[in-house]
Design a protein around this ligand. Sequence first.
Ligand code: AMP
Length: 214
Amino acid sequence: MIILLLGPPGSGKGTQSKFLIEKLGIPQLSTGDMLRQAIKSGNELGVKAESFMKKGALVPDSLVLELIRERMKQADAAKGFILDGFPRNENQAKALDEILSSEKKNITSVVALQVEPKELISRLSGRRTCKSCGAGFHVDFQPSKVFGKCDKCAGELIQRPDDSPSVIEERLNVYRSQTEPLLNYYSKQKLLKTISGEGETNEVLHRILEAVKA
Ligand code: AMP
């Protein structure tokens, strides 16, 4: 089973992927997480990607494609996976089609999460992440028990550098100009299911699972 989650930054792809891992028993392949990991480890890819990510721009396709190709080859991805944040433009979508067809695999469903721009901005600007374990919080919607400290491991909660207001705006622009056209791309392939990404997390999860089953 290969599930592709599409949607603007802040639409809940990462949050929902974590639940889907449990429900579907397949891993989440998040290019954003992989790139942040590369930056943290200080490797060559991380150094190359960081300047693009800081600005809210897309990292060059060649780098992202190399990363995702390698990740898909790992044993845990053999039964399927959830793609979160990839593909982000038509060139990546075509490359994905080629990779999958060379392995005689198909995308099962593309689920697009729809969230109003105002809601996206408030979700992104209040988002906080634990520096140690990566757990997610929100200053208003899901505050930690102790300010600035992770509930799970007491690690320091930080704001992603690309969650600052000017970079959020740029990321939303990049989504509209480069990623949103993929809705049409997958609609033409009869793979697209569009659902609302607003409301309780559990309700959204339920909608995704229904869309995938349909
Ligand atoms: P995300 O965590 O998915 O919001 O991604 C954070 C940032 O990583 C994006 O703003 C891009 O700079 C970069 N990134 C993540 N996935 C991709 C991708 N598929 N193609 C290009 N850049 C990406």
